[in-house]
Design a protein around this ligand. Structure first.
Ligand SMILES: Cc1cc2nc3c(=O)[nH]c(=O)nc-3n(C[C@H](O)[C@H](O)[C@H](O)COP(=O)(O)O)c2cc1C
Length: 384
């Protein structure tokens, strides 16, 4: 299969599996625990069946208005840490798709590309995701840098009080501190193009954070990162960051209506329903079920974003009909970049965009902004 014959995000994932080492693919593709959360995300999303309306003559408008801005498409690229491990330069490849097609890309605190570089490549479409540090000076500085880079949307991730139980990483020996043993060498040998490209580009680091620890080797920095993420994050910390940030604030990793209300009450502009793509709490509810429950509890006015196992434009529309104002994809773009570099990232974005248009047309919906639960099949388990 070549990249132009990849007909779905799943096809890109298959290509990626053969092109990159097992530990890198496992890191991207895997979930936590026995991956029940990952499976549940997918199964419940597929249960959100759409009810098409015939003969509406609709020529859909995919524009999504969010916080006074119009995005050409109703989906964006979720924050992904260690992205350049999956393919050298992957973060910028994804950021350039955001600029090309007009959707947001969220630069992660632990991205392997500096937030300033992602912002430049995304040409005004970058947001920033913060893992709250124990050290206030680091939080302050990261927010000041994001603002100076022209970023106006801040996403605070609240579902990583501790790293998830990633069993694929353990089995693939992809654990910190990283010690390349025979199994690692064998995995790299099976992926010669990745090995060569990674050798040429240099091993990926954490450029958003290096300045706070000076020039240190990767091992120390990895230890630094896990020791820095605030593991006792409380709503008061979020409130303090709200006071610090003048732009829009989103809280990512919300799964219950009670937490959604708390986040909005303390001044968040929107909430991002997510179980981290099944990578944190294995027993978490499916993202689409949380979305339905939270939309039902909060009503029409609240701004609700969502992610988790979105693999097609049809999935984006399922989430929209269930109550999402905007939808994000994490793995999809990186399967593309790992499968075929820039062309693969572009293929992923184009597949998603074309499928959103096709699906809205097929269900007879004139616009993303007009999509609501009226397009959900009434027996659908995910009805808000
Ligand atoms: C490899 C990888 C790295 C991730 N890194 C981050 C991160 O640094 N910050 C964050 O908030 N979420 C991170 N996530 C979670 C995504 O932002 C998103 O919630 C999740 O991937 C959505 O599910 P999907 O990949 O099935 O689309 C990561 C996900 C993956 C797959």
């Amino acid at each position: 299969m070549t990249i132009n014959h990849a007909a779905s995000i799943g096809d890109l994932a298959k290509l990626a599996r053969w092109r990159i080492p097992g530990f890198a693919f496992g890191f991207l593709d895997g979930g936590s625990g026995e991956e029940g959360g990952l499976r549940r995300n997918r199964e419940r999303l597929e249960a959100a069946v759409l009810a098409p309306k015939a003969c509406t003559g609709a020529k859909p408008d995919t524009t999504a208005s969010l916080f006074g801005r119009d995005y050409a498409l109703p989906f964006g690229a979720a924050p992904v840490g260690m992205g350049n491990l999956l393919w050298p330069g992957a973060d910028l490849m994804v950021a350039r798709q955001a600029a090309r097609l007009g959707f947001p890309v969220v630069a992660s605190t632990v991205a392997t590309t500096a937030l300033e570089d992602i912002a430049a490549a995304a040409e005004g479409h970058a947001w920033f995701q913060l893992y709250v540090s124990r050290e206030e000076r680091i939080n302050r500085d990261l927010l000041a840098r994001a603002w100076a880079a022209g970023i106006r949307e801040l996403v605070i991730t609240v579902d990583v009080p501790v790293a998830g139980d990633r069993r694929r990483d353990v089995r693939n020996r992809f654990i910190l501190p990283f010690k390349p043993g025979p199994r690692f060498v064998a995995q790299v040998a099976m992926a010669p193009l990745w090995a060569l490209s990674t050798l040429r580009a240099g091993s990926p680091g954490f450029p958003n954070l290096t300045r706070y620890v000076g020039e240190v080797d990767g091992k120390t920095l990895a230890g630094f990162i896990s020791s820095q993420i605030k593991d006792d994050l409380a709503w008061d910390d979020v409130r303090a960051l709200r006071d610090l940030w003048q732009g829009r604030l989103l809280i990512k990793g919300i799964m219950t209506a009670a937490d959604a209300r708390t986040a909005l009450d303390l001044g968040a502009d929107g909430i991002w329903v997510s179980n981290h793509g099944g990578r944190q709490l294995d027993a978490a509810p499916a993202a689409i079920d949380s979305l339905a429950a939270i939309r039902a509890a909060l009503g029409k006015e609240a701004v609700i974003l969502m992610d988790g196992s979105i693999r097609s434009g049809e999935d984006v529309v399922r989430a929209g009909a269930t109550g999402a104002d905007f939808v994000f994809c994490g793995r999809a773009f990186y399967y593309g970049a790992a499968a075929a570099g820039e062309g693969g990232a572009a293929r992923a974005a184009d597949l998603l965009a074309a499928d959103v248009r096709r699906t809205l047309t097929q269900i007879g919906c004139p616009s993303w902004m007009g999509l609501d639960e009226g397009w959900l099949w009434k027996e659908s388990g995910c009805r808000p």
